[in-house]
Design a protein around this ligand. Structure first.
Ligand code: ADP
Ligand code: MG
Length: 699
């Protein structure tokens, strides 16, 4: 048996009780323990002496507690825990604010380590809120413990539950001592050689107990040779699964590859209302090439809001229909599905193909009719919400599935299609540009097309952030635009926990705007709680220009297209995520008129809030915004949920280690191309991949 899979319970000093504690924080096996890396490293090779400390400088000292206790202050409920600590050169005060529980942690005569910055205060030099570790309490611990916890570069772990950094260090030390000199290395030797990676066994040792000459900087940046090796290992295993999934998909055969003749080209061209941009042409070509191959297309089209993805999708749809195949076009919301339906029906007016709309709002009787028409093939294209692939709808010959604007469910929908035994071409479209690292990860099994170019004649959207106190200026500006014949959106955040409160705010605001601020204009309110037909009526009237102002919660976030709307006012802009703000802004700037985005915020802004609003006023490039969003929020939050197809990573970090992910991808492809490796690596993926990366059943 793999010694790394051995239970922690069998580790020296760990009984069933301790093992249960560890299990509770997610540590069951030796491997779990060893792949929980230190969060940082401290150089304790030499401690500073108390006499040598200088104010303002980080200090690490070892000493003995002289006395300690909680000191009340004049402010009620504000307590200070104070300690006097000494070494052979002198003594020093350390204080912690509002952590009275420390009186149960420290006692006089303990040997301790303190790590923190020395501050010069009115009370003299002192350490404030230092990190601490107790080396030896009154309990009988052996002297040689100090060689694990001091006198070297020591690992510092995140404290979880009952597990302190010191306990974990001791356990890791034990585990490494018991671990055989040879362990199974999932990285094939040629990969290790090419990437100049050290072996697994020494890497596990060195990542926890670095050699004396290691660079503490490299360690703390997770860039030591041991880190590189182990992070690469994780990414490599992950990419093996992704690449295999892709290869498996390539063994599928779709109902019928398309054929493109001059007649097809003419038929498609005559639907076009305008000339395609260069990027649109390139992407249409890529898509059609995929459609001609016997394997199903698996393509992601990334294009910023307003870059014109819909027409590209329609071109692909027409090619499929000209070949006698059916098309399903899925949008994330009913409003969007309807808008696509209205636009596409207009464009296809002259064509012989039959188009239908199917959403959750479609009455049951109508739904049955549509289902029958799709099954018989008399309807060629269906536009709807994702419900349409899930609810008993079958096709005569589904050739192309287009999934719009919804990165969150794209993966699952593809899976649903496959489960139905369908292998159509799949085109996933997203308006949230996905930073390259994440694309390699969440959409690692898709080919990617990118449209950066905007249709001609667009003027850049001017964006400004204004505090609440400038609200009147904002209204004045909106009025000017309305008087010039334009329309405006005013958007409210709708946070789930306080949905009711926000809704009330939006409703009251709509009334206030209609009665007091813009009495001579028509103001409408749109929110998610409205009945479908009401929503449709409101949206339709706004599209036709019957309303001038649309007050809305974020239901308009994706996709709607009203070229005459030139102002987007976002209330409480500080509450929105960056990508969301960018999507909202993309609702304007769609016509010939100059457009504006005004971000109203509640001062004072948090650091993050300020960064977000600044990013938005700095640039309108969705790709740059996505990168900044990722940097601000971290990959876990970028997509919001686990369902998003983000893997659970133990040691790698998509942001910090993005370069390694790309290398790992290359090596995974190379290794699977090597017949000497492919079989054993395939077996490895089959036994461990889904469990390991938490991506069950997305394939
Ligand atoms: P998105 O990529 O956000 O889905 P849309 O497909 O809704 O963008 O297109 C945005 C607007 O740009 C639409 O009004 C569309 O008709 C228009 N458009 C798209 N491509 C072109 C083009 N090549 N030339 C002129 N207008 C275009
Ligand atoms: Mg769109």
């Amino acid at each position: 048996m793999d010694p790394l899979q051995s239970c922690l319970q069998y580790l020296k000093g760990v009984g069933p009780r301790r093992a249960a504690d560890l299990q509770r924080v997610g540590l069951s096996t030796i491997e779990d323990l060893l792949y929980r890396f230190p969060i940082r490293y401290e150089d304790r090779a030499g401690f500073q002496t108390i006499a040598s400390l200088k104010p303002g400088v980080a200090a690490s000292i070892a000493g003995e507690v002289v006395s300690c206790g909680v000191r009340p202050t004049r402010r009620p409920r504000f307590k200070i825990f104070e300690m006097l600590v000494r070494d052979r050169t002198g003594s020093l005060r350390a204080i912690w604010f509002n952590q009275p529980f420390l009186q149960d942690v420290f006692r006089a005569h303990q040997r301790i380590i303190l790590f923190g910055r020395l501050e010069l205060t009115p009370h003299g030099l002192q350490l404030q809120n230092p990190q601490y570790e107790i080396l030896r309490g009154d309990e009988d611990e052996s002297e040689d413990e100090e060689t694990v916890h001091t006198g070297r570069i020591v690992p510092v772990y995140e404290k979880t539950g009952q597990l302190t950094t010191k306990m974990q260090r001791t356990l890791v030390f034990q585990a490494l001592q018991q671990l055989p000199d040879e362990v199974f290395d999932p990285l094939p030797a040629p990969v290790r050689a090419r990437e100049r990676l050290i072996d697994r066994r020494p890497a596990l040792e060195l990542v926890h107990f670095p050699p004396a000459d290691a660079s503490i900087d490299d360690l703390n940046r997770f860039r030591s040779p041991a880190h590189r090796r182990l992070i690469f290992e994780e990414f490599f295993l992950f990419q093996l699964g992704i690449v295999l999934r892709r290869r498996r998909a390539d063994t599928e055969r779709k109902p019928r590859p398309v054929v493109v003749t001059d007649a097809t080209r003419d038929a498609v061209r005559c639907v076009l209302p305008f000339r395609l941009t260069g990027d649109q042409k390139t992407v249409v070509r890529q898509i059609v090439e995929d459609m001609k191959r016997p394997q199903p297309m698996n393509r992601l089209l990334q294009g910023d809001v307003g870059s014109g993805k819909t027409i590209v999708a329609l071109m692909a749809a027409l090619v499929a229909m000209e070949n006698g195949l059916q098309v399903a076009f899925m949008a994330p919301t009913e409003i969007l599905a309807e808008q696509h339906f209205i636009n596409i029906r207009r464009l296809m007016e002259a064509s012989r193909f039959r188009l239908t709309l199917l959403t959750g709002a479609t009455p049951a009787k109508k739904r049955r009719e549509i289902a029958a028409e799709l099954a018989s093939g008399s309807t060629h294209m269906v536009i709807g919400t994702h419900a349409l692939v899930q609810e008993g709808v079958s096709f005569r010959e589904l050739g192309l599935a287009i999934i719009d604007e919804q990165h969150r469910f794209g993966v699952l929908q593809r899976a649903t299609l496959r489960q139905k035994g369908l292998h159509p071409d799949v085109l996933v479209m997203t308006a949230t540009p996905i930073p390259r690292t994440l694309a390699l990860t969440t959409y690692g099994d898709l080919d990617v097309s990118v449209m950066r170019e905007m249709p001609p004649g667009r003027q850049p959207i001017s964006t400004a952030a204004k505090p609440e106190s400038r609200r009147d200026d904002v209204y004045r500006f909106v009025r000017q635009q309305l008087e010039a014949g334009r329309q405006a959106y005013i958007v409210y955040p709708l946070v789930e926990e306080s949905a009711k409160v926000d809704l009330k705010a939006a409703t009251e605001m709509a009334d206030h705007l209609a009665q007091d601020v813009f009495p001579e204009f028509r103001v409408a309110l749109l929110h998610g709680r409205l009945k479908q037909d009401v929503k449709d009526r409101v949206m339709g009237a706004f599209v036709r220009g019957e309303y001038q102002v649309l007050v809305s919660t974020t239901v308009i976030e994706v996709g709607v297209d009203v070229p005459n709307a030139t102002v987007m006012v976002i209330e409480h802009a500080e509450r929105f995520g960056l990508s969301q703000l960018h999507q909202l802004r993309g609702r304007v700037g769609r016509g010939a008129h100059k457009s504006y985005c005004l971000l109203l915020y509640q001062a004072p802004l948090s650091e993050q809030g300020r960064e977000r609003l600044k990013a938005l006023t700095d640039t309108t490039d969705g790709f740059e915004i996505a990168e900044r969003d990722l940097a601000l929020r971290g990959p876990g939050d970028f997509f919001g949920t686990r369902q998003s197809g983000m893997p659970t990573l133990r040691v790698g970090d998509l942001l910090r280690d993005h370069g390694l992910m790309e290398e790992a991808r290359r090596e995974a492809v190379a290794a699977l191309d090597d017949p000497a490796l492919a079989v054993s690596l395939g077996a490895l993926v089959n036994t461990t991949w889904e469990q390991r990366f938490g991506l069950v059943g997305v394939g």
